[in-house]
Design a binder for this molecule. Structure first.
Ligand SMILES: CC(C)(COP(=O)(O)OP(=O)(O)OC[C@H]1O[C@@H](n2cnc3c(N)ncnc32)[C@H](O)[C@@H]1OP(=O)(O)O)[C@@H](O)C(=O)NCCC(=O)NCCS
Length: 170
């Protein structure tokens, strides 16, 4: 996703290579990245650099990792990704938010805006998501996004539900 955009309460724009600290505040928190948080700021910095470079050099236009801020706020409170899916031939959407902003509806609002933007700009005409069955908050996000459950698969040694949403259903 190359262009910044706003939702009702949030502002989304591409993550930059030099935002390792903000990245680490999300990806270094084991309460957020419960399946395996980064152990150090250095690790987070290098993961983000690799990601941003791959996004720039390898991915089709319109895909990427978005930093999410509240309108009027400077702090990056979460991310939404739109990237080549790792579990199916297609595009996946994903979301991760800092704990102090959970339960405000931000994940749903940010992911919905990202999907709508992707469909409106014809980046893709369907998006997938993969959510661990134990991750009830994210299963609810997928449902609120109007995503349909397709099937259950084992991924990273955990049972997951795969979801899809087609642009024609928007
Ligand atoms: C999963 C996660 C992203 C959810 O974030 P969130 O912003 O709290 O999720 P939601 O958008 O669903 O909002 C949560 C609640 O806020 C409530 N809410 C409060 N104020 C609201 C408002 N003004 N508008 C909308 N919803 C509001 C909603 O009712 C919702 O309740 P529900 O879960 O019963 O539907 C967050 O828990 C997280 O980052 N988890 C760890 C990372 C992760 O698991 N990522 C997904 C990997 S697949």
């Amino acid at each position: 996703m190359n262009r910044p955009f706003d939702t009702e309460r949030l502002r989304l724009r591409p993550f930059r290579e030099d935002e390792g600290e903000a990245w680490h505040a999300i990806w270094g928190d084991p309460d957020v990245i419960w399946w395996g948080a980064n152990e150090s700021l250095e690790q987070s910095r290098s993961v983000l650099q690799r990601l941003v470079r791959r996004e720039r050099e390898e991915w089709p236009d319109g895909l990427g990792w978005l930093a999410v801020r509240e309108q009027g706020g400077d702090e990056i409170v979460g991310d939404v990704l739109l990237q080549p899916a790792q579990f199916v031939d297609g595009i996946e959407v994903g979301w991760h938010f800092r704990k102090h902003v959970w339960n405000r509806g931000y994940a749903t609002e940010a992911a919905r805006g990202t999907i709508e933007q992707a469909f409106a700009t014809r980046v893709c005409d369907e998006v997938h998501a993969l959510v661990a069955l134990q991750n009830e908050p994210s299963l609810r996000v997928a449902a609120k996004l109007g995503m349909q459950a397709v099937k259950e698969i084992e991924y990273a040694d955990l049972p997951h539900r795969m979801f899809v949403r087609h642009a024609s259903e928007a």
